[in-house]
Design a protein around this ligand. Structure first.
Ligand code: SF4
Length: 573
């Protein structure tokens, strides 16, 4: 332990604690534009690039970055001395001198950390006027890179290279020309970017952001037979956009808001998650029984799929052929509902509300359309865009009454809702696979062993004497570890779940901004499991609407028709 003083307050902290972290312990928040939380709960330093956390240490002439400096025995630190505050203000003024300052037109308006810090420091005029950097805007599927708004904090580089191990971006050039770039300065769409959106989730300004599609939603509500689906994790995080705790906004209120927006059918991606389990559990049991193409790896996450296509193309045959729940919903809605509702397939428009930026790209994949070019899903918006839509429509969502989803594609199980967090797809599949394989009722359906925010979880599951080795990985960096084992021939697993975002979709690139704050993520995760626990229907194969769709239409899981509509294939890139 070391003993020191911060702003005159005596403090004892573990040796190795940074001044920034020590200050937090005595309730002093130092600003920072480059530090960010990591999923392991420790603050990961981005090498002190922004310098706004500088402090004064008694006996030292130079101001020092508190994030990079360890609190030492006997130190006396002043976090807000006149010298420190003046220098901090100058640093931010210099950042602003090379910034477009078009806050009103920026996606990040009111959510921008630079804007907030400038306001907190009382900056109300342009202190330095000079040359500004100019870069072309890079607009890719679902994603915008706007380097003129970049402050070179390097959080995105940490997220892409250290957490995700994707290496799509890096710092290029020198001095005034420094920028976050790609190989050969190519468009992000020509790189190995997976569109996971983790760079967007941590960007302090509007330099990286999703391509906004929410304004198109108004057009389809007016012109088309518009159906909407909402992904599981969206409903738990949306509350944060309306100043509530994660999970405090009930699903029933969200459904009412969607009806008020004017959608003709308000359905649930969770229904398609139950459908996914029917198809995927069948696929797993077949492969396991035949001893072929193991381990089976889940396919719900499009960023993981793009990563595999870019990096592990020799093992694409191991990935489940099931489309993701988003695409299963769209394909089912457009093939099952036209006859039921008496409308033409081409008149239906499917809007998805997702926690995810990669889902925008997924909906545009070549395979995700029928032979006539009618897409499974027409528009994808993120949780953040959905919140904007609600605000734009003037809907007071917090005080709405509750309503139920429409049917037949609206009823779902607790197994479906846990898809929203890492381990959920595996747990849902095990609930069904266990009962199908053993013929017995599963007594304890909570597979605690696959729950939690750890990057890799593994277990041996006993299906009445038949043992299966399973693994759950979240973040592409952890996926890499699992896939490298398979590649080297040292993998013991039979069934693997992979989700690209750390913690799963609760931490998706389209969710309200929290910079992977572990406490916030825990709250989202707890809301997911609370919802599951409170339901009477908790197994996908017991969902009566799922039974009905197989009786009426799909015949049985993995039937030829089910394969045509609900399954897909992958291509090495
Ligand atoms: Fe999207 Fe979820 Fe995959 Fe993240 S983990 S990329 S939110 S599907």
């Amino acid at each position: 332990m070391v003993n020191a003083k911060i702003n005159g307050i005596n403090i004892e902290v573990e040796k190795g604690t940074s001044i920034l972290e020590a200050a937090k312990k005595v309730n002093i928040n130092l600003p920072t534009l480059c530090n960010m939380y990591m999923i392991d709960g420790k603050t990961r330093n981005c090498k002190g690039t922004c310098r706004v956390c500088i402090v004064e240490v008694e006996g030292q002439n130079k101001l020092i970055p508190s994030c990079e400096t360890e609190l030492l025995e006997g130190m006396s630190v002043k976090t807000h001395s006149l010298k420190a505050v003046k220098a901090r203000r100058t640093i931010v003024e210099l950042l602003l001198s090379n910034h477009p300052m078009d806050c009103l037109n920026c996606e990040k308006n009111n959510k921008c950390e630079l804007q907030k810090l400038a306001s907190d420091l009382g900056i109300d005029e342009k202190a330095y006027i000079g040359e500004k950097s100019h870069f072309d805007l890079d607009i890719s599927d679902g994603f915008i890179r706007d380097r003129e708004k970049c402050i070179l904090c390097r959080r995105c580089v940490t997220a892409c290279n250290e957490i995700q191990k994707v290496y799509a971006i890096t710092v290029a050039d020198r001095g005034f020309g420094s920028n976050i770039s790609t190989f050969f300065n190519d468009s992000i769409s020509n790189t190995q970017c997976t569109y996971c959106g983790q760079c967007v989730a941590v960007c302090p300004t509007g330099a990286l952001r999703e391509k906004s599609d929410y304004k198109k939603v108004w057009e389809v509500i007016d012109d088309k037979y518009s159906l909407v689906q909402i992904a599981p994790s969206v409903r738990y995080a949306l509350a944060e956009e309306f100043d509530l705790e994660s999970g405090e906004l009930s699903t029933g209120k969200i459904v009412t808001a969607l009806k008020l927006l004017g959608f003709k059918g308000v359905f649930d991606t969770n229904f398609a998650a139950d459908l996914t389990i029917m198809e995927e559990a069948t696929e797993f049991i077949k492969r396991f029984t035949e001893g072929k193409n193991l381990p089976l790896i889940t396919s719900c996450c499009p960023a993981w799929i793009r990563y595999a296509e870019n990096t592990y193309n020799e093992n694409l045959h191991l990935i489940s052929s099931c489309k993701s729940p988003q695409q299963m919903f769209g394909a089912t809605a457009k093939s099952y509902l036209p006859e039921k509702l008496g409308i033409k397939k081409e008149d239906i428009s499917v809007v998805s509300i997702m926690p995810c930026i990669a889902k925008k790209h997924e909906a545009k994949r070549e395979e995700m359309q029928d032979v006539n070019g009618i897409r499974d899903v027409d528009i994808v918006i993120t949780t953040r865009e959905f919140a904007k839509l609600i605000r734009e429509a003037g809907i007071d969502i917090v005080n709405l009454p509750e309503s139920d989803f429409d049917n037949p594609l609206g009823l779902s199980s607790g197994a479906a809702t846990i898809f929203g967090t890492s381990g959920g797809v595996m747990e849902a599949a095990l609930r069904t696979a266990y009962e199908w394989v053993t013929g017995n009722t599963l007594e304890n359906i909570d597979f605690e062993v696959v729950r939690g925010l750890e990057g890799i979880k593994e277990a041996v599951i006993d299906l009445n004497g038949v043992k299966i080795n399973i693994a759950v990985a979240s973040s592409l960096g952890n996926a890499k570890k699992i896939m490298d084992e398979i590649k080297s021939g040292n993998s013991k697993y039979h069934f693997i779940e992979i989700m690209a975002c750390p913690g799963g979709c609760i931490d998706g690139g389209g969710q309200p901004y929290i910079k992977s704050n572990r406490e916030r993520l825990k709250k989202r995760m707890q809301a997911v499991y609370k919802d599951d626990k409170g339901r009477t229907l908790r197994k996908s194969h017991e969902n009566p609407m799922i039974k009905q769709i197989y009786e009426d239409f799909l015949i049985k899981p993995n039937s030829e028709l089910a394969h045509n509509i609900l399954h897909t294939q992958y291509k090495s890139k």
